[in-house]
Design a protein around this ligand. Structure first.
Ligand code: ADP
Ligand code: ASP
Ligand code: MG
Length: 401
């Protein structure tokens, strides 16, 4: 008998028929003799609709109340799924995040799980119940509801699997696994049998939303056996592991992120300490900076350019102007119509020419590169947003066709 955590995303529970389909998968797993814990997301576009509702009331809803609102989406799905499972004559109990013991910090909207008190979940399992847990939510030390950030149910599932010492964690979604590119955008994308935690973490961070990046980070840390598979086809999916099968693949995937802005601070003094001050200020505001380029000094000035998420642009500029004295009146140039396109794969470390091949694919479609960043397992380029889909297809064709 195994203990299995199964997570179902919003699209998998969007309609009554889909809830019944999920109930069938869960009931089959339970009847095969396993203990089953299920983590579910809000149905379909519920979370987006709730955000919309908040903005119909006020432009700047408070973060605490926003979490109170958004957490309600998952409450609906757990109750409906428990009912559907009971209709199939299997015992099920639904639990909100706090009932399942999710304790988080107080960063509303982007809370981090501090620990999970699994006593209630274990007691329900001991009573032979299928336990259905609301993903995406927890409770802070003031007993206020928190949420983990968009796509956070993946993290709830992996964290619960780690805390329970589950035998495996299955992430069911609307595609059959992790592909070499988004299969909805690139029709000849190939499903991977396996991928390493490190590669998956890069892909997820660089835009492949099939798994939330924090869930991958957590799976690696706690060595959780993770599989991404379809709610609809009952075929084997993609396993995420420490060491993946050698598939002779130079790269594992191509991905894009359009939530990127480029900020350039023009003609800053060419003296020591400027970069230190700029990036310390950004770090103090919790702004994640990605690609950084500093130009060669000309005369006694240089330019500093970096990318960050679009939502952080105003805060970043404000913080730099207010806190870095030398830059209070410097010209700051912002470009929000850009996209980051990346290739990921552990194979590239030992193969020269991967970057050249990627750049050739961009040249083939006459796409100009604004910035480049590399690491051992990824290469990212910043390009015009309206070229992003074409760029992904061209790069994918170059490596996989
Ligand atoms: P869920 O609602 O189940 O959490 P998501 O919408 O968050 O599902 O993630 C699944 C989607 O991720 C797929 O429908 C697919 O379009 C997208 N996706 C992006 N990149 C990839 C990739 N490399 N492999 C598989 N799916 C991907
Ligand atoms: N319902 C939340 C969202 O839409 C969490 C999730 O789906 O993982 O982001
Ligand atoms: Mg998701």
């Amino acid at each position: 008998m195994s203990l299995i955590v199964q997570k179902f995303g919003g699209s998998s529970v969007a309609t009554p028929e889909k809830v019944a389909n999920v109930a069938q998968i869960v009931a089959d797993t339970y009847r095969a003799g396993n203990s089953v814990v299920v983590v579910v997301s809000a149905q379909g576009d519920t979370t987006d609709d709730l955000i919309q509702k908040a903005h119909e009331i006020t432009e700047k809803p408070g973060k605490r109340e926003m979490d109170m609102l958004l957490a309600s989406g998952e409450q609906i799905s757990i109750a409906l799924l428990a009912m559907a499972i009971e209709k199939m004559h299997c015992p099920a109990v639904s639990l909100l995040g706090w009932q399942a013991g999710f304790n988080t910090n107080s960063a509303h909207g982007a809370a981090r799980i501090k620990n999970i008190d699994t006593s209630r979940v274990r007691a329900e399992l001991d009573n032979n119940n299928i336990v259905i847990v609301a993903g995406f939510q927890g409770l802070n030390k003031y007993d206020d509801i928190t949420t983990l950030g968009r796509g956070g149910s993946d993290t709830s599932a992996v964290a619960l699997a780690a805390a329970l010492g589950a035998d495996k964690c299955q992430i069911f979604t609307d595609v059959e696994g992790v592909y070499t590119a988004d299969p909805r955008k690139v029709p000849n994308a190939v499903k991977l049998e396996s991928i390493t935690y490190d590669e998956m973490l890069e892909l997820a961070t660089l835009g492949a939303q099939v798994l939330n990046n924090r869930s991958v980070e957590m799976a690696k840390k706690y060595n959780v056996e993770l599989e991404v598979l379809s709610s609809y086809t009952r075929k084997p999916g993609t396993r995420v592991l420490e060491v993946a099968d050698m598939e002779k693949m130079l790269i594992r995937g191509v991905t894009k992120d359009t939530d990127v802005a480029r900020i350039s601070i023009i003609a800053v003094p060419d003296i020591p300490g400027i970069a230190f001050k700029v990036f310390s200020v950004l770090a103090s505001k919790n702004i994640n900076v990605d690609i950084i380029i500093q130009s060669i000094g000309r005369g006694d000035t240089k330019d500093i350019t970096f990318t960050c998420a679009k939502e952080h642009v105003d805060t970043a500029i404000d913080a730099i102007r207010k806190n870095v004295g030398d830059l209070a009146d410097k010209k700051i140039d912002v470009d929000t119509s850009c996209a980051k396109v990346s290739i990921v794969g552990a194979g590239m470390e030992t193969h020269p020419g991967v970057a050249a091949k990627m750049f050739e694919a961009l040249f083939d479609i006459n796409c100009n590169i604004k910035m480049i960043a590399t690491s051992e397992i990824k290469i990212s380029v910043l390009i015009d947003a309206d070229m992003a889909d074409k760029a992904v297809s061209s790069i994918h064709a170059k490596f996989f066709d």
